[in-house]
Write a protein that binds this ligand. Structure first.
Ligand code: UDP
Length: 426
């Protein structure tokens, strides 16, 4: 059996103060015909990164809505995760392709995982490419299979895309964060477009006072009386931590008191993470005002929350980004947010209205200097950004979208309810 993740319990009624009455009613109405339906989520890791973040909230709420939902983690050794990282990078546009040996490894783990998978669900939701081929090893499955893509597929390496397309064709539906991510290939299943969401009640995002945030951040050695810039993300080249350090150095020339925190967790399905962590440490050249922290320093959800709340500006200087939950997390805390003008980030920030979209370390530095020079204006913009998040990027909306899809795939009438297709408007 594949490892089951214990997601704990959450109650939909707790979200009634955050979601509109109309949305809560819609969720209950859509959930009724789905009572008791079995849903299995499959993903590569229960820790680190956006998929894990989303599932820990979405799954308990799907359960509370009356569905019978579980989340299982596929097995893999380093040889497999090296291949899946090449696939991930290739789908985001990296030039490296797959060798025959890589393909053999990938297929072997699909078969191995399918053999351990109890295929008795009504819906199987496959997150990202790592388990995408298991469907081919489950002939005669009675389930509806849905592929949920969390990555930026706008400029894929065609060879890597061609490798996953035959599997994708056998799905009943595929979901992307943005319309631009739907692959340009024939015979694909119906595509649905909706962005992910953050959980406003989770420890990562729940209200934390400025005093409590400062108290937590202080314990990591940060001088809480001097301004802090923070980026929270996996140690991954697409997140551009080296570009963040360049930007920080430029900020420091105009604002010498500034500090930088790079907070990044180590996901077990990300073998590149360790190397890239090391390169980031080397690049920081022992600067005492740069703090490079990870879950290995006990930075968990509450600590990430504290870093975001305490920061003068939160950065997400990605050069590719499926969505970028960290952007919504920062805006939800009304923090001035500076982020790469890429992928799903542009659906979350309206440039110079709710935050800053940047194209280079230098742009990023200029935005940070503006924020440090006029924090009140920056905060007013961030408050507008918070309203964009409230309307578009909180979990109840995501739950509604999934329920609409399950009903559609079951042939049920959704009485006009539809999924979100969203772009930020201030
Ligand atoms: N995250 C975290 N600790 C870290 C790094 C990331 O808790 O050290 C969380 C972050 O707060 C966010 C998620 O992991 O909720 C990352 O999601 P995002 O969409 O930004 O990027 P992904 O990792 O999926 O590419």
């Amino acid at each position: 059996m594949l490892q089951l993740v214990n997601v704990g319990h959450k109650a939909l009624r707790d979200y009634a103060t955050i979601a509109t009455r109309g949305l809560m009613d819609e969720i209950r109405r859509l959930a009724e015909p789905l009572e008791g339906k079995r849903v299995v989520h499959l993903s590569a890791t229960a820790f680190g990164g956006g998929v894990a973040e989303i599932n820990y909230t979405l799954i308990p709420l799907m359960q509370d809505a009356g569905l019978d939902v579980e989340w299982r983690i596929i097995r893999g050794q380093e040889e497999f995760f090296n291949v899946t990282k090449t696939i991930h990078n290739g789908l985001q546009g990296a030039p490296d392709g797959l060798t025959a040996a890589d393909k053999e490894i990938f297929l072997r783990y699909q078969e191995l995982n399918a053999a351990e998978f109890e295929d008795d669900a009504d819906f199987v939701i496959v997150h990202d490419p790592q388990p995408i081929g298991m469907i081919g090893c489950c002939p005669g499955s009675r389930a509806r299979w849905v592929w949920r893509c969390h990555i930026d597929l706008s400029t894929p390496n065609p060879d890597v895309l061609d490798y996953i397309v035959p599997s994708l064709r056998t799905y009943d539906a595929a979901i992307f964060h943005r319309r631009q991510y739907v692959p340009d290939a024939g015979g694909l299943p119906q595509a649905f477009i909706w962005p992910p969401a953050i959980d406003p009640l989770a420890p990562k995002n729940m209200a934390l006072s400025a005093e409590d945030a400062a108290y937590i951040v202080d314990q990591f050695g940060i001088d809480v009386d001097r301004p802090l810039l923070t980026q929270v993300s996996r140690f991954d080249p697409w997140k551009d931590p080296l570009g963040v350090i360049d930007a920080y150095r430029e900020v420091k020339r105009g604002a010498p008191e500034v500090q930088l925190a790079l907070v990044g967790s180590m996901a077990h399905d990300d073998p590149e993470g360790w190397d890239f962590y090391q390169s980031t440490v080397t690049y920081a050249e022992g600067d005492p005002d740069i703090y490079i922290l990870s879950n290995l320093n006990n930075v968990g959800s509450v600590e990430v929350n504290a870093f975001q709340v305490h920061s003068a500006a939160v950065l997400q200087k990605s050069i590719r980004e499926g969505f970028g939950l960290t952007v919504s997390e920062a805006l939800w805390k009304a923090r001035p947010t500076v982020a790469g003008r890429v992928g799903g980030i542009v659906d979350q920030i309206v440039d110079h209205e709710t935050g800053w979209l940047v194209d280079s370390p230098s742009d990023c530095a200029q935005a940070c200097l503006e924020i440090l020079a006029d924090p009140l204006t920056a905060r007013r913009m961030a408050l507008r950004g918070k309203e964009v998040v409230r309307r578009n990027f909180l979990t109840p909306r995501l739950l509604r979208d999934w329920l609409v899809l399950f009903n559609r795939l079951s042939g049920n009438d959704t009485a006009g309810a539809d999924v979100a297709t969203v772009a930020a408007t201030a």
